[in-house]
Write a protein that binds this ligand. Structure first.
Ligand code: V47
Length: 416
């Protein structure tokens, strides 16, 4: 059993190994030591031990579709290559100087319907902060998707968009009121985007105009209190230090402690034991409290952003960060490698470094493109994902958004 093998070559890791093997919580200093160590095999092995305790050799993926409904944005975050200024003419750099766009509601519903017809269980919808769209655009979007695709899980809007909606709503709504209106229109869960790095210095340097950590946590706290599950991200490899990454993870852990303390057993995020979903019909989310289901460390892609002079994370930095997220977040069930950002090859390797979730088929993705000018068609087929997972020695498990296994007849998925 892997648990017996961790014998660190770096003696400073001995106490950390003992803590991990005993299931004890790691400190900030432990997290920093793991970032600094050259004993990468011990780090990977520790993260794999924790991953196997929770999930065995299972590796999750989902059949999903990302919809980035607009790239117009009132913000100009330095790490972002996606936004277009609201006059529609410019992006952050020459490379990312393509046109601005806004999908109509009909187009969004058409994409969602097509995804559902092709077997998707989830749509993941996020966009820029559009300057003029009314709040009704977003509730109408959820309502129309819910009507046309009743079984499709709607995971939509980062915390930053939710705060933006409070500002554009008339009369002005609170965060809680916005979430209730969206939930009543069909929203099932929130994605984890927009967290970046919870640190005032990094905030001032890389995304000054964006709302900061207080608002991000206010949205996720309100969502959890309403019984709406969510995810949490960390954007790493730009202007932050490793100490700031560890602080970010510990802030997520502290928030999760609070949410879990309020959770009743029925809604506590769970591994898939004993639960099976044929479709992604959400459990009733009404009055219970929810929590983070998953942490997604996002590997910064510099191309096309105002920080494109930076090198971005190396492969080893990606692996370290994913492994350390697994080790620090002892109360978050899943750690995801989003293959769009870590690349399929690295995401595959990370399945033995603490990661248990590969995200999904995605199909279209606009927010980042690896080559800067690359196409937004970014898709892996179920066959490709399962092959990568199996080759890593894991068992592929198709999940719904709540990590319940999806069982479907062979060849139910229609190729796009
Ligand atoms: O909020 C922006 C980040 C996020 C860049 O919840 C960048 O399951 C890297 O949150 N390089 C959107 N990252 C993606 C996101 C996400 C993805 C997959 C799954 C889930 C989930 C959430 O991408 C943004 C921002 O933090 N981002 N620009 C960039 N240049």
């Amino acid at each position: 059993m892997a648990e017996q093998r961790a014998r660190p070559q770096d003696s400073t890791l001995a106490a950390i190994c003992e803590k991990v093997l005993a299931g004890e919580r790691l400190s900030h200093a432990d997290g920093v030591a793991l970032f600094r160590t050259r004993d990468i095999f011990t780090l990977g092995e520790l993260a794999n031990i924790v991953r196997e305790r929770r999930h065995g050799r299972r590796a999750y993926y989902n059949v999903n579709r990302h919809i980035n409904y607009t790239n117009f944005c009132v913000l100009r975050c330095k790490f972002c290559s996606f936004y277009r200024s609201t006059d529609g003419r410019s992006g952050p750099t020459e490379v990312s100087n393509g046109p601005g766009y806004l999908y109509s509601l009909d187009e969004i519903v058409r994409i969602a319907r097509e995804a559902a017809d092709q077997g998707a269980t989830e749509v993941h919808i996020v966009g820029g902060l559009h300057p003029t769209l009314p709040f009704s655009f977003y509730t109408d979007m959820c309502r129309a998707i819910r009507e046309r695709c009743p079984g499709l899980h709607i995971k939509a809007f980062t915390a930053i968009e939710i705060v933006h909606f409070t500002r554009v709503s008339r009369p002005r709504l609170s965060i809680e009121e916005v979430l209730i209106a969206l939930r009543d229109a069909g929203l099932d869960s929130l994605p984890g985007g927009g967290a970046e790095i919870f640190d005032p210095r990094v905030h001032a340097e890389a995304f000054k105009a964006k709302v900061g950590e207080k608002h991000w946590f206010d949205v996720h706290r309100a969502a959890h209190d309403l019984g709406i599950p969510s995810n949490a991200t960390m954007l790493y490899g730009h202007v932050e230090s490793v100490e700031e990454r560890v602080t970010h993870l510990l802030k997520l852990r502290a928030h999760q402690d609070q949410s879990l303390a309020k959770c009743d057993d029925a809604t506590k995020p769970h591994s898939d034991e004993g639960r099976t979903a044929v479709t992604s019909v959400a459990p009733s989310l009404g009055r219970s409290v929810a929590a983070f289901q998953c942490c997604i460390p996002l590997s910064f892609i510099p191309e096309g952003s105002a920080l494109e002079q930076l090198p971005g994370p190396t492969g080893l930095d990606d692996l370290r960060t994913l492994a350390i997220a697994r080790l620090m977040l002892d109360n978050v069930p899943h750690v995801k490698a989003f293959w769009i950002m870590q690349t399929p090859k690295l995401a595959q390797v990370s399945l033995n470094w603490g990661v248990d979730d590969f995200d999904g088929t995605v199909v279209w993705y606009d927010i980042t493109k690896r080559e800067g000018r690359g196409t937004n068609r970014q898709e892996l087929s179920v066959e490709q994902i399962c092959w990568l997972i199996r080759e890593a020695g894991c068992e592929p498990v198709e999940r719904d958004t709540f990590y319940r296994p999806v069982r479907r007849p062979a060849r139910q998925l229609v190729p796009v």
